[in-house]
Design a protein around this ligand. Structure first.
Ligand SMILES: *Cc1c(COP(=O)(O)O)cnc(C)c1O
Length: 363
């Protein structure tokens, strides 16, 4: 079986360094908010080309706490509108609703799967305060256009960079484009911990300072709580694992790019619509569209190839949002009916990728 993602083999490459990092943490006697976190935050901020990085417990918290910080700072209030792509993973939207803000869903660009600047402009009202672009599947959204729209309309921009560590446009990586950016280090992400983790990057000193307190019970100083914060920490063990993995991220991205190139050149079946590459894609997922999706997935499964769907149900059709008025997003709905994610990872062999291509071309 060719698995969708072979995390065990990927992490096994770094076993020695990971064990060494683990041992360093165990022997330090310091497990929360210590040197590993401080170093990782410095290293990841530098990697993204951002001034600050604030580690938190997971990617959802990175988004939730950034919007919460803007509320605390008086930049947002209950009911303010946040523009978000309708085809995103539900976490982007939960971060908005969790803060009692209003998600305004817009159709994506059908080819890139990313936020369409003209649809963003059309969705702006007098209550709009934030644009939340999602760099879906590892391709950066059209940030120059989105930042220009934000500047014209005095809006904040929060990037959801959970799938796109290292993706860049015009020499600037994700995490350095918006007023803030949320990252996930869930194990299967391009930069994955060996457990949960997340971070916010920003160039804004005041926002960074507020986030430092919010993640720690609303406190800068022990037992002095200035906000109603939460406990959302990136622990020393995960920070140490991430420091090891970060050193290999660029090489892993290159390896993903060569798998993607092989797919892009090798797949010739006209029933399979290949992803549209506009920028420096980091290939978190290699997503194709196929009309007869179930048959296609079955065909590959019979040849020993595992595929997944990201995602089968769009957020506006989820039970969690049953109290929303009924909405229609034809582009989004068609994406959710037709997308299939092919196996993708930094450690795939040329032979396995060729096997997948051959199986696809005989469908
Ligand atoms: C994974 C993901 C998140 C959430 O990250 P967690 O670490 O799982 O909380 C948010 N947004 C997108 C687009 C994601 O893919």
């Amino acid at each position: 079986m060719i698995p969708f993602l072979d995390l065990k083999t990927i992490n096994a490459q770094y076993r020695e360094s990971l064990v060494e990092a683990c041992t360093r943490v165990i022997d330090s006697g310091w497990y929360i908010a210590g040197n590993e976190l401080a170093q990782f935050e410095k290293e990841f901020a530098a990697y993204c080309g951002a001034k600050h990085c604030i580690g938190v417990a997971n990617g959802l918290d990175a988004l939730i706490l950034t919007l919460r910080a803007w509320k605390v700072l008086g930049k947002l209030k209950d009911g303010d509108e946040v523009i978000v792509p309708a085809n995103t993973y539900i976490a982007s939207i939960l971060a908005i609703t969790e803060n009692r803000l209003k998600p305004v869903l817009v159709e994506p660009n059908e080819a890139s799967f990313n936020l369409s600047p003209s649809n963003v402009e059309a969705a702006i009202t007098s209550r709009t305060r934030v644009i939340l672009p999602v760099h879906l599947y590892g391709q950066i959204a059209n940030m120059p256009a989105i930042m220009a729209i934000a500047a014209q309309n005095n809006l904040l921009v929060l990037e959801d960079s959970a799938q796109a560590h290292g993706a860049s446009l015009n020499g600037q990586k994700v995490g350095g484009w918006g007023h803030a950016s949320g990252f996930s280090f869930y194990p299967g992400k391009n930069l994955g911990a060996l457990g949960d983790g997340g971070a916010v990057t920003t160039n804004d000193d005041e926002l960074a300072d507020t986030l430092l307190a919010l993640r720690n019970y609303g406190s800068h100083e022990k037992y002095k709580n200035i906000y109603q914060g939460v406990n959302s920490r990136l622990d020393e063990m995960q920070a140490a694992m991430l420091r090891v993995k970060l050193r290999h991220l660029e090489r892993e991205i290159d390896e993903r790019r060569s798998v993607a190139d092989q797919y892009l050149h090798g797949i010739t079946n006209s029933q399979v619509i290949l992803p549209h590459v506009e920028t420096n894609h980091v290939w978190h997922l290699f997503v194709v569209k196929v009309k007869r999706r179930a048959d296609f997935q079955n065909h590959l499964l019979q040849k020993g190839i595992q595929t997944l769907v990201h995602y089968p149900i769009p957020p506006h059709k989820q039970e969690a949002f049953h109290d929303w008025p009924s909405m229609s997003f034809p582009v989004t709905e068609q994406i959710h009916e037709q997308v299939v994610s092919l196996p993708m990872g930094p450690n795939m062999s040329h032979e396995d990728v060729q096997k997948i291509i051959d199986a696809i071309n005989t469908f």
